[in-house]
Design a protein around this ligand. Structure first.
Ligand SMILES: [Zn+2]
Ligand SMILES: [Zn+2]
Length: 278
């Protein structure tokens, strides 16, 4: 009963918010859309992924593996060592005008309807990632070149066994959730899980502390600020791979802290999937 009441109140609240902000395209002002078809088509997807730490381009957005020779430590690669997260998949760049506008409208003007457009983007992007892995695997079946073998080696298990992933949204603190009325990461996660028929867990990863807003802090302080903020209250994850969903990634401190908690709870690979890099 309580749960239903809560759901109705939330829906009424979201309905009023959507009334305050009339439905018109963020790009060209055309009525009836948050992003009209023409403006949506103009969004540039990120064609190459990279290691979030050192920005070196790679196929799957993984953190650089440790160098082959111990002497090379500190000179090349090894970014992976300092992260619990395996890597991040970034659909678009935040400096793309429409993307930053859409995300700001979603988060700060509480326009939950925009989540549908951002979701479409995430899904187009994930489709591409999956296609890319299929092409690579088909290529391998035809004969192994050294390069394609190397690329296949870095193929995440979370992509190879995509249907077995568990989708988890990055949680908001209850204080922030009350203020905003919804968790934007949850809106995105629900649609991704639904579209691919993946399992979704919205309640086991909990944000136990509300810290200062990360936006004002540099990288080192972000890591300090976010430490100990999350807790896993579900059962052991038994090597299951997890895709953590959020709207924006900046330094990756939040995603990484979640990944740390998830791996302590038995998760296999943990990847971030975000709309944009802030
Ligand atoms: Zn438009
Ligand atoms: Zn790197």
């Amino acid at each position: 009963m309580n749960h239903n009441l809560c759901k109705i109140t939330k829906e009424v609240w979201l309905f009023f918010l959507d009334l305050i902000f009339p439905l018109e395209c963020l790009g060209c002002g055309r009525e009836g859309f948050w992003l009209c078809g023409d403006c949506f088509k103009q969004i540039k997807f990120k064609s190459k992924q990279y290691c979030l730490h050192c920005k070196k381009e790679n196929d799957w957005g993984e953190f650089c593996p440790p160098p082959a020779r111990p002497d090379d430590f500190g000179r090349s690669g090894g970014c992976k060592i300092i992260y619990s997260l395996n890597g991040v998949w970034i659909a678009a760049l935040y400096d793309e005008f429409l993307i930053s506008r859409a995300i700001k409208s979603l988060k700060y003007h509480f326009i939950s309807g925009i989540a549908d457009d951002l979701n479409k983007m995430l899904i187009i992007f994930v489709d591409r990632l999956l296609r890319q892995s299929k092409v690579l695997r088909l290529g391998l079946a035809e004969g192994v070149s050294r390069l394609s073998f190397k690329r296949a080696e870095s193929l995440p298990l979370a992509i190879l066994n995509f249907n077995e992933n568990l989708i988890i949204p990055v949680p908001l603190s209850s204080k922030r959730l009350r203020w905003r009325g919804f968790n934007q990461a949850e809106l995105l996660a629900e649609k991704v899980a639904e579209n691919y028929g993946l399992a979704l867990d919205k309640s086991s990863l909990i944000r136990i502390k509300h810290k200062k807003a990360q936006a004002k802090l540099d990288e080192i302080h972000r890591q300090e600020n976010i430490k100990g903020c999350f807790e896993w209250r579900g059962s052991n994850l038994n090597k299951r791979n997890v895709i953590l969903i959020d709207d924006v990634v900046t330094t990756g401190a939040t995603l990484n802290e979640c990944a740390k908690v998830l791996k302590a709870a038995g998760a296999g690979e943990v990847w971030g999937l975000v709309v944009a890099k802030g």
